[in-house]
Design a binder for this molecule. Structure first.
Ligand code: 13P
Ligand code: SF4
Length: 392
């Protein structure tokens, strides 16, 4: 997404109190009625979540966007790549709005199309006798999703990564895939989700290499690239990368009966030390199903952890570390920006529209629809399982 510019809000919006903003948001929503849906990612601040018609992780929100057929506007309270996916999955006439254009994702910005095309050409040349299937995490630009769609691959989220990888390892949708050929996965842009999921599926770490787009052959030897089953793009989430293995040790020492549950964007060493790992929706489900008195240290974005602690006062819930694991870009979407976008809509003006061009939309749709058609929302876990174990 890089280099998008958010115009400063008219001064009035920065001067209104929260109570005034709330009243004005409610009134604008009432005027717009069923023409509008507000979607909120789990990491969003509480004040914004209060106005979300639907809250979820990337997978649930993309499903929700795809299901919305009779609306005019989606206000996406998340980050840029999520709004792009919503634009791709909704009907052409639906206008998708990101309340603050500065709400990007540092991970998605770690892979661009030029680098991707270059990596693809080098891999094809190095491994001519293999089928390479590109898979991209939802947290990537529409351009990368389109590339993946055009080359026989699919999108995945942290909720369904394992199912998508299993599909890809059977050759994905690569035309004329010869079953006798070795399949290699090129996984964008989060090396940690790729590594954690592949490892949970039974692949040893020495079958994975990291692709550094700044180096020839991604910084690997030809032999290493030929032997690898997974080529993991050198990207990461700057929020989840803050969790370290010693944080798990500290929690275990202080609270021996506490369970540690982390997001698979955390480093492999952290996931290995944790009791469980899964998407934000998976984490929410575990807490909701836990009996009173349960104790949890959660390794994910701080707003979600605090909300879970508030919603479940009968459980002890803490953030895995006090490193302030805050998604600062998502945090830019706040009540003043939501109010500003809504009041403009009431006046018939669409501000901050996210629109994906026709070619990108066509192929990104293919990649997203392949994902939505793949059965199951299995969650990677921290323990190694035999290759071929299916998670439903
Ligand atoms: P999920 O919503 O897929 O759990 O991903 C977390 C995240 O980092 C969103 O940006
Ligand atoms: Fe991107 Fe990480 Fe923020 Fe998710 S939590 S939007 S991956 S920076």
């Amino acid at each position: 997404m890089s280099l998008v510019w958010q115009q400063p809000l008219p001064e009035i919006y920065t001067q209104l109190s929260d109570a005034e903003l709330r009243l004005r948001i409610e009134s604008a929503r009432e005027t717009l009625g069923k023409r509008l849906v507000i979607l909120g990612h789990h990491y969003q601040q509480d004040a914004v979540i209060d106005f979300a018609d639907f809250t979820g992780d990337s997978f649930e929100l993309s499903r929700k966007a795809a299901d919305e057929k009779n609306i005019d506007y989606v206000i996406f309270c998340g980050v840029h790549f999520m709004a792009e996916s919503a634009d791709i999955l909704t009907n052409e006439n639906v206008r998708v709005i990101l309340p603050d254009l500065g709400a990007g994702c540092s991970m998605a910005d770690m892979a661009n199309l030029d680098q991707t095309e270059d990596a693809w050409a080098q891999l094809q040349e190095t491994c001519p006798d293999q089928t390479i299937v590109p898979i991209t995490y939802m947290n990537s630009s529409a351009a990368i999703k389109a590339f993946v769609g055009e080359h026989g691959g699919a999108v995945c989220t942290s909720s369904n990564c394992r199912n998508v990888l299993e599909w890809a390892l059977r050759g994905g949708a690569v035309e004329n895939h010869d079953r006798a050929k070795k399949v290699k996965i090129l996984f964008f842009p989060d090396q940690h989700l790729g590594r954690n999921t592949a490892f949970a599926m039974g692949y040893p770490l020495d079958k994975m290499v990291v692709w550094d787009p700044k180096q020839d052959l991604g910084g690997n030897s030809e032999r290493a690239l030929i032997d690898a089953d997974f080529v993991l793009w050198k990207g990461h989430c700057s929020v989840h990368a803050l969790f370290r293995p010693e944080h798990v040790d500290q929690v275990r020492a202080k609270y021996p009966s506490m369970k540690v549950i982390v997001h698979p964007e955390c480093k492999w060493e952290v996931v290995q030390k944790a009791d469980m790992a899964g998407s934000t929706a998976y984490i929410v489900k575990q807490i909701e199903a836990a009996p009173p008195g349960s104790e949890w240290a959660i390794g994910t974005e701080v707003h979600l952890v605090h909300r879970l602690a508030q919603q479940h006062p009968d459980q002890k819930i803490i953030v895995l570390s006090d490193c302030q694991c805050l998604c600062t870009t998502m945090f830019r979407v706040d009540l003043p920006h939501v109010c500003w976008t809504l009041e403009n809509l009431v006046e018939g003006k669409v501000v901050n529209e996210i629109k994906v061009d026709a070619h990108t939309r066509k192929w990104a749709t293919v990649a997203l629809e392949r994902m939505l058609a793949i059965k199951g929302t299995g969650n990677p876990i921290g323990k190694q399982q035999p290759v071929g174990t299916t998670v439903d």
